[in-house]
Design a protein around this ligand. Sequence first.
Ligand SMILES: [Cu+2]
Length: 103
Amino acid sequence: MKLALIALTFLLAEAAWAESAGVTQEARKFSEPEVAIRQGQSVTFTNRDPFTHNVFSKTPGMAFDLRTQKPGASSEVKFENVGEADVQCAIHPQMRMKVKVTR
Ligand SMILES: [Cu+2]
């Protein structure tokens, strides 16, 4: 039990620092409240809903806009600057998450 917990902790730490992170949009929600990546890494946003989303961020230095993202579509966003991006969906204002980028 204790070992399993330690293994899980390692897995989670690994996931947080993976080459790139994946976030899905499903049931009008982001799959993660926040993801942590390193400068220069990417986050892939995948729409798993049967309707469109429009994921974007207006955070200075980290802004992007995926525009209309159709069901099943994936888009990769590369983050070149350190900081904390507030990510939202223009169609569903309740959808929010953060991308934390460190050096
Ligand atoms: Cu949406």
